[in-house]
Design a protein around this ligand. Structure first.
Ligand code: ADP
Ligand code: ZN
Length: 644
């Protein structure tokens, strides 16, 4: 629903006179279309923009790729004064400023990467009112020169990006973020404050509001769901083979392969190089300049595939990442979702694949133990931390085993359960059949209970299966009345049922070096209840639907009518990017090129209807891309109906 209104007391300022000049008072919709080239606001954006424009404080909690920057950039362009955006990462600032420049907006960043001369120049320009938006690193806020600067300009808004960095509860606490409050207090008059983050735990949210001192903020939390991401778990015998098949499927596309250790990165990198792939690598063992080079090669699409440890990715804004493969399982769902979320920021379909192996669980357990040793905490705090980490690892491990919707599993973890069918994950798309395994579940719980809740998974599985192992004999499990009760089931099937008893909370594992199974209150209720609810599990039928049948979840995604044209446009974009030293996705996103390859715009009006084409982008690139389209249309003798 579009309704135009005059923004209260805000005057559009545009140094490059991008907008129709007769209109000097603009509204947020016009800015969105004419500057950014987008036809509508995404979920949450409109409300946040509106509140900021009304001078209210806001807190936006939105997942990666949801479009947080638009939320503060649109008001920033409409405000009378300057907007200060506080951001923790140099690379992020650089990227955002480059993107704004492409839109014809003068913006600057102030951080430690500037030389003294560059810094002075930026300040001089700022004082002359040449920037509407200034990105600042938190460490720079309280420097004398910056404080002197803010005294003589009008500041309309302070937006805090990655606002969770202010909280000690978050994973990325930055003490310099605490200075933001002092900074705001020093401003001649208090501007609107806007805080944005993708981290939504309650403690972090409260910290942001409280520490930043937000006044009755408009809080918008958009769902965690990223509909365009396809989730899949593979348990291959040979991970490399699986990886290669995924790369083949994603030929010439950009993606990230995450490994747990530097050694793994090196191995996978070398193997892919041997196979002729254009890959970069990134881990903490490389020098600064090697890392920078790798990162640039990846961002500029010179080498579209990146093999990295989790050191890579914070602040990587590359919008056309089409796949994120986890070569090793990470330590928790938080990390997994954050990394997976780097795929498909442009809203187009992308794959997130986890290659699971039991070995990864062991490595993560080892890391948890090691971390606990090194910590400077006291014994009980250490123990608490260990328990928490084991708990998180367990949830991650179960992700590898659930036969239910993978997306729903993740969303549920973040306290946001959706429907149990998303239509865009491997489990939803694998034909499965429901099986009633109530009796088997009962047997398993009973064996755990009657043997005194003292044994681990392996011993319990072997015992119900009736295996004659050394452990079974040692623990006298062969004397238990449930010994061998499931001998007709395969060991794999018993494990599956046991995993689901854990996932669904009928059993739990203790968090220590030798975890043992315990029966929870839910499990106890289950065995005692004569009319117990049936325990139904989904088991995959062996046939998986072909990827081309992945329809349901693809709704949000642009289909390309002329893929060959898309490739040509991509090539043209790459050449332009090389020439002007900007990442290709900053010129146009994949989504924009896909729309062009479908609708074949032939003039300015048609071009302006394409998502991502605003005034400035059209002036800069419109003719160039239309020429490619025109040539394609001519070559293929495509008849375009008028007013298509
Ligand atoms: P975040 O900071 O939340 O991770 P970004 O601000 O980087 O996300 O936005 C992600 C992508 O979505 C960018 O390519 C951006 O241009 C695009 N985008 C944002 N808002 C819109 C919108 N209203 N319509 C279309 N695309 C949008
Ligand atoms: Zn699903």
């Amino acid at each position: 629903m579009l309704h135009y209104r005059r923004a209260k007391e805000v005057i559009f300022f545009c140094p490059l006179r991008l907008l129709s000049q007769e209109k000097d008072v603009m509204d947020k919709y016009t800015v969105l279309k004419e500057v950014f080239g987008y036809t509508s606001f995404r979920q949450g954006q409109s409300e946040l923009v509106e509140s900021s424009l009304n001078g209210q404080d806001v807190l936006g909690i939105m997942p990666t790729g949801a479009g947080k920057s638009v939320c503060y950039q649109v008001p920033a362009l409409l405000f009378r004064g300057i907007s200060i955006i506080i951001s923790p990462l140099i690379s992020l600032m650089k990227d955002q400023v480059a993107a704004l420049n492409q839109l014809g907006i003068h913006a600057a960043y102030i951080n430690s990467s500037l030389t003294e001369g560059q810094f002075r120049k930026a300040m001089e320009n700022a004082r002359e009112g040449r920037y509407k938006i200034i990105y600042v690193a938190p460490e720079r806020l309280m420097t004398d020169s910056f404080l002197a600067f803010i005294k003589c300009v009008d500041i309309s808004m302070v937006a805090v990006d990655e606002a969770h960095c202010i909280s000690q509860w978050g994973q990325d606490f930055r003490p310099s973020y605490l200075k933001i409050v002092d900074f705001i207090n020093l401003l001649p008059s208090r501007p609107a404050i806007a805080a944005y983050t993708a981290t939504a735990t309650k403690a972090v949210k409260e910290d942001i509001i409280c520490i930043l001192g937000l006044r009755e903020p408009t809080v918008v939390v958009t769902g965690y769901d990223r509909k365009n991401l396809y989730f899949s778990v593979k348990k291959p015998k040979d991970k490399m083979e699986e990886l290669l098949s995924c790369l083949k499927r994603n030929k010439d596309r950009s993606g990230i392969i995450y490994c747990n250790t530097r050694k793994n990165v090196e191995e996978v990198y070398a193997a892919l190089l041997m196979k002729g792939y254009s890959v970069s690598k990134y881990h903490a063992g490389l020098t600064d300049s090697e890392r920078r080079q790798s990162q640039d090669d990846f961002i500029y699409d010179v080498k579209p595939v990146m093999v990295a440890t989790n050191a890579f990715g914070m602040g990587i804004d590359k919008s056309n990442v089409r796949f994120v493969i986890r070569y090793n399982m990470p330590k928790d769902i938080e990390s997994y979702y954050q990394e997976a979320g780097r795929a498909g920021r442009d809203g187009e379909s992308a794959e997130c694949i986890l290659l699971y192996s039991g070995q990864d669980v062991k490595i993560n357990e080892f890391l948890i133990e090691k971390q606990a040793e090194n910590d400077e905490l006291d014994e009980s705090e250490r123990e608490q931390l260990r328990q928490r980490d084991y708990e998180r690892l367990r949830s991650m491990t179960f992700y590898g085993f659930t036969n239910e919707c993978l997306r729903n599993y993740i969303l549920q973890y973040f306290g946001e359960p959706g429907s149990n069918y998303c239509g865009n994950c491997e489990n939803c798309l694998t034909e499965s059949e429901d099986m009633d395994v109530t009796a088997d579940a009962y047997t398993l719980i009973q064996l755990v209970k009657t043997s005194g809740e003292r044994y681990g998974i392996q011993a319990v599985v072997d015992a119900v299966h009736g295996s004659d192992t050394a452990k079974v004999r040692q623990f006298r499990l062969n004397n238990n009345s449930f010994y061998g009760a499931l001998k007709k089931r395969t060991l794999v099937r018993i494990r599956q049922i046991l995993n689901h008893l854990l996932i669904k909370g009928y059993l739990r594992l203790t968090a220590n070096e030798y975890p043992v199974l315990k029966v929870t209150s839910r499990g106890n209720a289950f065995i005692l209840d004569e009319n117990r609810q049936p325990f139904i599990l989904k088991f995959p039928k062996e046939v998986e639907k072909k990827p081309t049948e992945r329809k349901a979840g693809k709704k949000a995604v642009t289909e390309v009518r002329y893929p060959e044209l898309f490739e040509r446009l991509r090539q043209r974009r790459y050449e332009l990017a090389q020439k002007s030293h900007v990442p290709p996705y900053i010129i146009f996103s994949d989504k924009t090129l896909k729309e062009m390859s479908t609708y074949l715009p032939g003039n300015r009006d048609e071009m302006m209807k394409i998502n991502g084409v605003g005034n400035n982008k059209f002036e800069k690139y419109g003719e160039i891309f239309m020429a490619v389209i025109e040539e394609f249309v001519r070559e293929h003798k495509i008849q375009i109906p008028p007013n298509q």
